[in-house]
Ligand binder design. Structure first.
Ligand code: NAP
Length: 293
């Protein structure tokens, strides 16, 4: 592992019984003698000192990812078109560091320029999370060209431009490594209803993540993705407000609940950390079991 920075870090040792049950009836030595203990070292799951750029960090899943990254010791660069004070406050509350960068990601060129600006002005990045995304709902026969183009620009074209810009910078420095996490969707695998441009864009994110992983795996860049299920954010507000759709969705989720932004944030930490170094081109469902059904 040749990440720049201060690997390995050593977190406080915890003693864990092998069967997962708390065992306070025996000393550590007694349990160790019986092979019932292990000493945990979570350094491969840590992001200490890593600078991670997260798009769409002002709210929803992006905010959840920012807070999870900060909790794991990472330095968050939040990108968006709206004020990110709320996220900055939440990151500060967990003792993290937050830097805001403004960009309208509906303009792929603006997104690419922002990444270069961040890199030049405040230092290199270790990870990129392409989270910002939009959805437009209409029957396919009624979907406007603008609703097709707007969604494709934010959800797919900008994602490509940011991956490309990140990789160019990483590959320009011999020995540098990088991690990319693209936020896909269960609609990267399914058709969905009344969201033609969204489904097309998220299928694109899945294919693009695989393609880029194949090109860059041997060059020190991991490209992976997360396919969130139904998460409580602005994106799903309309669904949650519709009692029939809401009940139908909830009834189909094996976990029996909507997801929270931190469910996605913690999975992102894993894909940004050393622990996932041998993962390339995987788009991991974090969906309460939705796709398993
Ligand atoms: P959200 O609450 O609507 O947040 C979307 C984020 O993207 C916001 O920060 C938004 O900023 C940003 N964004 C959108 N257009 C932008 C633009 N032109 N320039 C800059 N930022 C822009 O939705 P979310 O649920 O957190 O979604 C985050 C990601 O997860 C998306 O890619 C979405 O497709 C994906 N996802 C969500 C779910 C779910 O159930 N919620 C499920 C599967 C996948 P503004 O606030 O300024 O608009």
């Amino acid at each position: 592992m040749s990440w720049p920075g201060n690997w390995p870090i050593h977190l406080p040792r915890r003693h864990i019984a092998c069967d997962g049950e708390p065992r306070n009836d025996q000393s550590f030595e007694q349990r160790q003698a019986k092979g019932m203990t292990s000493v945990s070292d979570l350094s491969s799951f840590s992001l200490t000192g890593k600078r991670i750029l997260v798009t769409g960090a002002n709210t929803g899943i992006g905010q959840g990812i920012a807070v999870s990254v900060a909790r794991a010791g990472g330095l968050v660069v939040g990108v968006g078109r709206s004020a990110m004070d709320d996220t900055a406050g939440k990151v500060a509350a967990v003792g993290g560091s937050f830097e805001a960068a403004k960009a309208d990601l509906g303009d792929p060129a603006e997104g690419a320029a922002m990444l270069d600006r961040v890199w030049d002005e405040s230092g290199p990045l270790d990870g990129l999370v392409n989270n910002a995304g939009i959805i437009r709902r209409a029957d396919a026969v009624d979907l406007s060209e603008a609703d097709w183009d707007d969604v494709m620009d934010v959800n797919l074209k900008t994602v490509f431009r940011l991956c490309q810009g990140f990789a160019r910078r990483v590959l320009a420095e011999p020995g540098r490594r990088g991690k990319i996490v693209n936020i896909a969707s269960v609609l990267s695998f399914q058709g969905g209803i009344r969201v033609a441009s969204y489904t097309a864009s998220k299928h694109g994110v899945l294919g693009l993540s695989r393609l880029l992983a194949c090109e860059w795996a041997a060059k020190g860049i991991n490209v992976n993705g997360i396919a969130p299920g139904y998460i409580e954010t602005n994106n799903t507000e309309a669904l949650r407000a519709d009692p029939e759709r809401s009940a139908g969705i909830l009834g189909r989720i094996p976990a029996g609940r909507w997801g929270g932004a931190d469910d996605i944030g913690d999975a992102a930490v894993f894909l940004l950390a050393r622990a996932s170094d041998y993962m390339h081109g995987a788009v991991v469902p974090v969906d309460g079991g939705w796709l398993a059904r």
